[in-house]
Design a protein around this ligand. Structure first.
Ligand code: NDP
Length: 445
């Protein structure tokens, strides 16, 4: 890393102690920006980098709520409003027991560049809580969401900060959050949240968008090699929103996803994942992947194992951060994987990324490959602002175009900064330059 970038990184580590995920996300971006700074000394003079690694605002709050047994529970809520140079802060809410400030900051930091890459007018932010919706009743989730929103409502708004879903926050949670926001403000402000229900301001194709967008990006990567998805064997991790719709679109294009996973283990189904069964188990019954395996002849559940042990041509991590470690990457390469694209945020460790690079595995980074979700949230905001409701086809076609343009933007930036074909560098550079230029235009704020 160049010396001036190392100084910025050291400051980040000193100021954000005990937050390794945030350090990792910053390091990955800074490491690739050397060629950008060589061409743009004006960014250094205006201390753009020193400013971009510091969130504009960080909010941390108590979330008290009452469980079904009448007991008072307390969780911690977060919202990190990272950068608003390009538009209102935009980024999801994560409800998961592992959430703490380092996770929210890493997600918020990545979101800034991802949103910039989409070409839409959105700044970056992220939020969430260490609340675990898994073992809670609907009423408990509702009471938690109402308490969470009671504080969050002071900080968000259509032109200020627009949250959405992420791990543990789907349509049910967004509904409860929106209901409480409306009650507190006495305003039906549709543009304040995205991922809404279809009858009250939501966008068709938003649910599918991250998974579908991931597969559009993979298709573009393959097209550069004169290939397509037809007949390709694919491993997918996770079994939530991103995983399910990545599997759906991959199957529509002739690919054969053969795995799913959750925090208890993975399932391998050599005949290809039965999508209808998966949706029933996960979306209707809120079950586990082991329940899927029990209902599907030919499928095998492996408790606690690594889904990356399964030999495939394409690997799509769609669960969580740092789920592909260096040793997993070595196994994937040994088994002949040719392409990895990230549906989850920062699912590959730096060691894994280096292994893929050395082995010539095509690597689609999260900032680009999973940007379809937030891009379609941007389309939901457009529909809310104009009081329109687009058809599924119109929204899905816009998503496909956005992913294709984003793919081109990554490759053009990789060329411009001397590393042709390097999607990770291209995504970081293209995302960064647009935000940096806006920050220069707007002065020291
Ligand atoms: P969901 O909550 O719908 O699903 C998450 C899935 O990942 C579940 O199968 C879950 O299993 C698994 N998982 C979560 N944490 C862990 C863990 N620590 N170890 C093993 N498995 C785990 O979330 P999404 O599908 O929405 O999100 C998945 C990833 O995609 C996240 O990284 C998210 O940030 C990213 N993303 C999501 C977008 C969206 O639009 N939803 C947009 C862009 C990125 P279990 O049930 O056992 O916890």
């Amino acid at each position: 890393m160049r010396r001036n970038l190392q100084v910025v990184y050291d400051t980040v580590v000193r100021r954000n102690q005990g937050e390794p995920e945030f350090h990792q996300a910053v390091h990955e971006v800074l490491e690739s920006l050397g060629p950008v700074f060589a061409q743009h000394p004006e960014y250094i003079e205006a201390a753009v980098l020193d400013r971009i690694v510091e969130p504009e605002r960080q909010i941390m709050f108590r979330v008290p709520w009452i469980d079904d047994a009448g007991k008072v529970r307390v969780n911690r809520g977060y919202r990190v409003e990272f950068n608003s140079a390009l538009g209102p802060y935009k980024g999801g809410l994560r409800f998961h027991p592992t959430v703490y400030s380092g996770i929210i900051k890493f997600l918020g930091f990545e979101q800034v560049f991802k949103n910039s890459l989409t070409g839409l007018a959105m700044g970056g932010g992220k939020g969430g809580s260490d609340f675990d919706p898994h073992d809670k009743s609907d009423n408990e989730v509702m009471r938690f969401c109402q308490s969470f929103m009671t504080e969050l409502s002071r900080h968000i708004g259509e032109y200020t900060d627009v949250p959405a879903g992420d791990i543990g926050v789907g349509g049910r949670e967004i509904g409860y959050l929106f209901g409480q926001y409306k009650r507190l403000t006495n305003r039906f402000e549709a543009g304040v949240l995205t991922g809404k229900g279809l009858t009250w301001g939501g966008s068709l194709a938003r649910t599918e968008a991250t998974g579908y967008g991931l597969i559009h990006f993979v298709t573009e990567m393959l097209r550069m090699e004169g290939q397509d998805l037809d007949g390709k064997v694919i491993s997918v991790s996770g079994s939530g929103n991103v995983a399910i719709y990545a599997i759906e679109m991959a199957q529509q294009l002739g690919g054969r996803p053969i795995t799913i996973s959750d925090s208890s283990g993975y399932v391998v189904d050599p005949n290809g994942i039965d999508l209808e069964l998966l949706k029933r188990v996960k979306l209707e019954e809120r079950g586990r992947v082991s329940d899927y395996a029990a209902l599907c002849s030919g499928a095998r559940f492996v408790a606690g194992g690594s889904v990356w042990d399964v030999p495939v041509e394409i690997a799509l991590p769609c669960a969580t951060q740092n789920e592909i470690r260096g040793d997993h990457a070595v196994t994937l390469v040994k088994h002949g994987a040719k392409l990895v694209a990230e549906g989850a945020n920062m699912p590959s460790t730096p060691e894994a990324i280096e292994t893929f690079r050395q082995a010539g595995v095509k690597f689609g980074p999260a900032k680009a490959a999973n940007a379809g979700g937030v891009a379609t949230s941007g389309l939901e905001m457009q529909q809310n602002a104009s009081r329109e409701h687009w058809s599924f086809e119109k929204t899905a076609t816009r998503l496909e175009t956005i992913m294709s343009n984003l793919h081109i933007r990554c490759l053009e930036a990789a060329d411009r900064y001397g590393c042709p074909g390097d999607y990770a560098l291209g995504a970081n550079a293209a995302g960064f330059v647009k935000v940096a230029d806006a920050m220069l235009d707007q002065g020291v704020v």
